[in-house]
Ligand binder design. Sequence first.
Ligand SMILES: [Zn+2]
Length: 633
Amino acid sequence: MAAARRRERLLQPILSPYQPFSRISISMRTKVVPALLPLVIGALVGTSPGSAQTVATSAPLTDIRYEVTFTRANAERRTVSSAMTFTVGGNAPVILSLPAWTPGAYEIDNFARNVSNFAAEETGASLSWDKLDPDTWRVRPHGAGEVTVHFDYEADSLDNANTWARPDFLLFNGTNLFLYPQGRSFDFPASVSVNTEAGWKIVTGMTPRGPHTFSATNYHDLVDMPFFVGQFDVDSAQIANHWVRFATYPSGSITGGPRVAVWETLKRVIPVEGNVFGEIPWTSYSVMQIADASYGGGSGLEHQNSHVDIYGPGLLGTPVIMSIYAHEIFHSWNVKRLRPADMYPYRYDQPQPTGLLWISEGITDYYADLAEVRGGVIDAPGFYSATGEKISEVAALPPTALEDASLSTWIHPRDGTEYIYYPKGSLAGLLLDIMIRDASNNKRSLDDVMRDLYTSDYKNNRGFTSDEWWSAVSRAANGKSFTDFYARYIDGREPFPYDAVFPLAGLRLAGDTLNEPRVGIGTVQDSSGVHVTQVVPGSSAEAAGVQPGDLLVAVGGFNAGDPQWSEKFRAKYAHAARGSAVPIVVRRDGRDLTLSAQLNFVPRVESRLIEDPRASAKARRIRDGLIHGVTTQ
Ligand SMILES: [Zn+2]
């Protein structure tokens, strides 16, 4: 993702200490069907695969319906009400769980924290209940009949994995509001009714069954289709014979030329992304977007037929968000359907780490760049420039293996590498694409690998393994072995072999060393401000007394809440003398302190990818093939 924030989640380091003042961060985030557990009648104990823990199994439920209530009165309290109604066959305990995470946002969120006023009833009488674990409730029916459980949910998290209310608007994710019967198959049909104000709109990827009623055939689909409810702008168009909707809150946040430009991008990228897999897997797709001044950077979270973006000030109308649309929509194939076996099917009660997230995220990011250049949103130099930025970004971070970074994202490493699997995984995709094209004399490409696994795994209702990935890569490359490549560059931490691979596509890497002004602070931003998470040892910020935990208010006279502050800082001090005073304002214990740092310069290599005019005819064909999405037949 070019100059933006990269996350599956809200908090993205805006400023890595290894790359101070580099960029605002943009994040991407990102459903299916377990045949999980044994059916045991009553509250007996079942064992779920992949877990040493035992989980209690709910009594069987039938005719499951959910009801969500959001009115002006709810909005005022910033809560939403969720009810679940179902039929039971007797008095065996009903065990209901709420997910701990939203797939695509690879972290444990413990949504049950936001629940209040939990209650259960059967034919007008209250039922007794208690909790079995932090996000699981045990309800005791009186006997066969219809049971309703309901609760309120705090709707105050501006986060695309969560639920957020304004006086006229609600974003909610099903993972937040829809309980599931623990230990039972997720393969149950369900309906959702939304009670809201007359005239308020509803947008969701779910299948409509009436003006305010929607249905899903299984729990995975149910919780993979977030909702917008309220007053917002929405329009739609047909792209490649499929309906696409663009829903934006608040009303008026993107209109006129910028809105036309978004539609133009969607019309250009969706067909070329579909070409990679040979099909568009959804009947309609919804781009759901929130703009809010309190949000730092931007973030996208993918779903099977929609995605939810949140942007702070300064990003709307920029090229950055076009690449986020391309990234999130590509996820509707790569990760929502073609998915590592470690996450297939999803489970909602615990993390599902996979060493292959660099494929799901990094290669998605590679295809976002390809979709933009193949669709004509950017030109070839724009593609080279985006690639060069990723090379520079990776070079500035500690050497980190793609598999390790993939696994570690769940714990949010603090050494700057938390999201390295995006740019580095994207570059791995480019290298593999070039090597496959070279080994097959440009008859095959990475597109063949993606299509091959999509057909053999997703179409057969399973996830792909590391072995399957590398076998597919090798097949596409005429049997070439990638064992050494895997050991050195994917499992290992060696620097990527750009100088050996890029010439095969008529490209080479050039570098400029820049001396940039830096103070050495790492930050993350959330709705409460810009927090200092790291102070680089030996840096001028450390000498000035900046401490982790401080709220960063201003640096060099620039408000730290301004997404462009680091660029402005660099421009202002580029020609100042080393040692010049740089005021840093931090808030500590509720008081603003003005500290004085001494300006320091740190060398940074800026990489540029350039076309080699002396490239061989074969290398030029490979380069053209990459850019245009073609192979030689
Ligand atoms: Zn992503």
